[in-house]
Design a protein around this ligand. Structure first.
Ligand code: NAP
Ligand code: GCO
Length: 266
C-alpha cells in the first residue's frame, strides 16, 4: 500500500455531527472526497435540507439526519438507521457544538448546563452509540472537535471552556479504554475560525470588524483567522489508516496562536 493510499477512506462510513455548515461541513466534504460514505446530522430540518443540497452540488450524496445530539434516544435511532442504510459507522467526528458568551457571575446554571450538555455530554452519547460496532469490527476512528479553550480561558466562555477542557480528557480516556480494539480517538483543536459561531465577535452590528477581530490576528502567527478548509487535512489524516498509531492526541490547527505569547512591543 503506497503512502497516499493510507489516507484513503474508501469503503468507510463517516458520521459528522453538526455538519450543516461551518467547520463540520468543511471536514465532512473532505472525508467524502477521500472516499468515505458521508452521513451527517444537525439540529434543524431547514439546515439539513439546505446542507444536503450543498453536498449534492459538491457531488456528494450525503445521508442527512435531524438529530439533537444531546438526546440519547434520537442518537441511538440515527446510528441504527445509518447501519441499516449504509453500514455501521467507521469514523465519527463529534463536531456539533454551541457557545454562550456570558460573564460567569451573570450566567444561569441552566445555560451553563446547556452548553456542557451540547459540548461534552453529547460527545459521550454519540461515541457510546458507535463504539459497540467499532469494538466488534476491531476498528474505528473517533475525532472530537475540541478548541483552544481546551487549554486556555478567556472572559465570558466559562461553560464552553469547561466543556472543551473536559472533551480533551474524554478524548484521552476513550483512547485509553478502547485502543485495544484498534479504535483511535483523537481531537482537533481549531484556533479562531471564521464561521457563524464566531460572526458575533468578528463583526459589529454595522458589519465592521471588531477590536477582537484584530486582537486575534495580532495573537496568531499566521496573522489571519482560519477557515473550515484549514481543518480538512487534519480531519482526513485522523480518520485514515495513516493515523492508526496516533491515539489520545489533540491536533491544534490554530495558525500557531497557542504557541505564541503575542506580538512583542516594537
Ligand atoms: P456553527 O457554525 O455554530 O455550527 C454548529 C453546527 O452544530 C451546526 O450544524 C448546528 O446545527 C449543529 N448543532 C448545534 N447544536 C446541535 C445539537 N444539539 N444537535 C445537533 N446538531 C447541533 O459552529 P462551527 O464554528 O462550525 O463549530 C463547529 C465545532 O467546532 C463546534 O464544536 C465548535 O465548538 C468548534 N470550534 C469552533 C471554532 C471556531 O472558531 N468557529 C474554534 C474551535 C472549535 P444547525 O445548523 O441545525 O443549527
Ligand atoms: C470565543 C470563540 C472561541 C472559538 C474557539 C477557539 O468566543 O472565544 O468562539 O471559543 O470558538 O473555540 O478555539
Amino acid at each position: 500500500m503506497g503512502i497516499l493510499d493510507t489516507f484513503s477512506l474508501k469503503g468507510k462510513v463517516a458520521l459528522v455531527t453538526g455538519a450543516s455548515h461551518g467547520i463540520g461541513m468543511g471536514m465532512a466534504s473532505a472525508l467524502a472526497e477521500a472516499g468515505a460514505t458521508l452521513t451527517f446530522c444537525c439540529s434543524r430540518q431547514s439546515s439539513m435540507e439546505k446542507a444536503k443540497a450543498e453536498y449534492k452540488e459538491m457531488g456528494i450524496d450525503a445521508l442527512g439526519f435531524v438529530c439533537d445530539v444531546t438526546n440519547e434516544e434520537q442518537v441511538q435511532a440515527m446510528v441504527k438507521s445509518i447501519k441499516e442504510q449504509v453500514g455501521s459507522v467507521d469514523i465519527l467526528v463529534n463536531n456539533a457544538g454551541c457557545i454562550m458568551r456570558i460573564p460567569m457571575h451573570e450566567m444561569s446554571t441552566e445555560d451553563f448546563r446547556k452548553v456542557v450538555d451540547t459540548d461534552l455530554t453529547a460527545q459521550f452519547i454519540v461515541s457510546k452509540a458507535v463504539l459497540p460496532d467499532m469494538m466488534e469490527k476491531k476498528s474505528g476512528k473517533i475525532i472530537n472537535i475540541c478548541s483552544m479553550m481546551s487549554e486556555l480561558g478567556r472572559e465570558t466562555v466559562s461553560a464552553y471552556a469547561s466543556a472543551k477542557g473536559g472533551l480533551k480528557m474524554l478524548t484521552r480516556n476513550i483512547a485509553s479504554e478502547y485502543g485495544k480494539y484498534n479504535i483511535q480517538c483523537n481531537g482537533i483543536g481549531p484556533g479562531y475560525i471564521a464561521t457563524s459561531q464566531t460572526a458575533a465577535i468578528r463583526f459589529d452590528e454595522n458589519g465592521n470588524p471588531t477590536p477582537f477581530h484584530q486582537f486575534i490576528i495580532a495573537k496568531t502567527p499566521a496573522e489571519r483567522w482560519g477557515t473550515p478548509e484549514d481543518l480538512q487535512g487534519a480531519a482526513v489524516f485522523l480518520a485514515s489508516k495513516a493515523s492508526d498509531f496516533v491515539n489520545g492526541q489533540i491536533l491544534y490547527v490554530d495558525g500557531g496562536i497557542i504557541a505564541y505569547i503575542g506580538k512583542q512591543p516594537s
